[in-house]
Design a protein around this ligand. Structure first.
Ligand SMILES: [Zn+2]
Length: 157
């Protein structure tokens, strides 16, 4: 895959990967849990030379002496894991076509939150319960940037 685009939730930061995507992985370490505000980080490696910030650029937090973590300074979306001089990891779910990027490896699995492995066994709402939500969902006006490069996108302020 190449020519992949993505960005943060508000659209202030957008990127394009002009080269091939590298290895995609899930990291269960405590720092990824914190940085993503979720049970794990999902990241894919790309060559820094193949990454172009097409709108804005992430702010960065040095989570250790070895790693900077990039995020949107406006909306907080986690975007990067910067650990190497030539390689950068990007958050899989920040890509416009996140579904196409499949992790092939888990890292630091001994730190995984104990309920993660059972997520697929959790109950789901019935179709009737979901239908009841539709009236509410019809009132939602999204301020999230769409999953494509929207030149006309008005940055919500
Ligand atoms: Zn943003």
């Amino acid at each position: 895959m190449s020519g992949e685009t993505g960005g943060c939730q508000c659209g202030a930061v957008r990127f394009k990967v002009t080269g091939e995507l590298g290895r995609a992985s899930i990291c269960h370490c405590r720092m990824c849990q914190k940085a993503f505000g979720g049970p794990y980080g999902a990241l894919v490696s790309v060559n820094k030379a193949d990454l172009e910030w097409t709108r804005g650029e992430p702010k960065r937090f040095a989570s250790s002496n070895k790693v900077d973590r990039g995020f949107c300074g406006d909306c907080g979306t986690p975007l990067t894991f910067e650990w190497h001089s030539r390689i950068i990891d990007l958050a899989i779910a920040a890509f416009d076509d996140a579904a196409s990027i499949k992790p092939v490896l888990q890292l630091d699995v001994e730190r995984a939150l104990p309920w993660v492995a059972g997520v697929s066994d959790l109950p789901v709402k019935t179709p009737e319960e979901e239908a009841k939500m539709q009236a509410y969902q019809a009132t939602i006006v999204s301020h999230q940037h769409p999953d494509y490069d929207a030149a006309e996108w008005p940055l919500a302020k």
